[in-house]
Design a protein around this ligand. Structure first.
Ligand SMILES: [Mg+2]
Length: 306
């Protein structure tokens, strides 16, 4: 993903904020990623990460995947996490109390993409959790009570007509995903699924249309902030970092802010990954601003070395 040059007149951030993005003057040095960040930048980054690096056993490291670990690509299935980033996450897993990727992808797909077994994956924007070494994701507590109802709804619709249309039903615990990618007649499948979506809503369930997939979900709000809160509470973390590039990541920032306000976390670090497409708030609310996937890789490296 190409990262646009920094906005020349971006408003000053809070005093604590660290802009890891290169200034215009030395941008050429950084653009090709051939040169290490200059010493002051590295020191500023190390300072900003100190709350985590001084007590890693009680620190949590959370991040988004697409646009943060993996460059954005036209087709989501072509996304790729650089091997170096996966290795860094593996190192962090051995050092920090909790390391998790929190993504809109399913948890198993997130793990396949990142390729690190020793960390936690929160999938479907936090609706499901896949623990290190576990083969099956589990729904967050708020979802558990809905599993049977969603399963029954999906099973009742596993009809000869669905099989004729070749729509595949994926059981994601409290979420049922109905996939129609690659079916012989996409229009017919879509029409059929639109009817099912209406039935789901009439039954009090939520529907979510993704890329060639209809998800039937419990009527419980899902966001990445819930995953952050659950993982911090489970791990007993005292400090936490979240890095992300998009609107759904602001919920994770919000959870960090609330957990700190409640006294649950002593220190939080919000890392905003700047891109040409992300919302301005991801930069405005960040403690550390980095440019793109390469910028976030530097944060991971600093956490591993700090
Ligand atoms: Mg993203």
């Amino acid at each position: 993903m190409m990262v646009p040059p920094p906005t020349p007149n971006r408003p000053e951030k809070t005093p604590a904020a660290v802009a890891m993005a290169p200034r215009r003057g030395n941008r050429a040095d950084i653009a090709g990623h051939t040169k290490a960040v200059s010493a002051p930048q590295t020191e500023a980054l190390a300072d900003a990460l100190r709350p985590l690096t001084t007590d890693p056993a009680r620190a949590a490291v959370f991040c988004d995947i697409d646009g943060t670990l993996a460059p954005i690509v036209r087709r989501a299935e072509d996304a790729h996490v650089p091997g170096e980033v996966s290795l860094l996450l593996g190192r962090l897993a051995r050092r920090y109390g909790c390391v998790a990727c929190i993504s809109g992808r399913s948890a198993t797909e997130a793990r396949r993409l990142v390729g690190v077994g020793g960390i936690t994956y929160a999938g479907s924007h936090g609706a499901e959790l896949l623990a290190p070494g576990s083969s099956r994701p589990h729904a967050l507590e708020a979802f558990k009570s809905w599993e049977d109802r969603v399963r029954r709804f999906a099973l009742d619709r596993d009809t000869p007509e669905m099989r004729r249309l070749r729509v595949r039903i994926e059981d994601k615990g409290a979420i049922a995903a109905l996939h129609w990618r690659g079916v012989p007649d996409e229009d017919a499948a879509r029409t059929h699924l639109e009817r099912i979506a209406e039935e789901a809503e009439a039954a009090g369930l939520l529907t979510h249309w993704g890329r060639m997939v209809l998800e039937i979900r419990p009527p419980v709000p899902i966001d990445k902030g819930q995953a952050v809160r659950t993982l911090v509470e489970r791990a007993g973390s005292r400090s936490a970092l979240f890095g992300g590039d998009d609107a759904t990541d602001l919920d994770a920032f919000g959870a960090l802010e609330s957990l700190q306000a409640e006294g649950r976390l002593e220190a939080v670090v919000r890392v905003g990954v700047r891109s040409g497409e992300g919302p301005a708030a991801i930069v405005e609310r960040a403690d550390i601003v980095v440019d793109g996937v390469e910028g976030f890789r530097r944060v991971l490296a600093a956490l591993a070395d700090g």
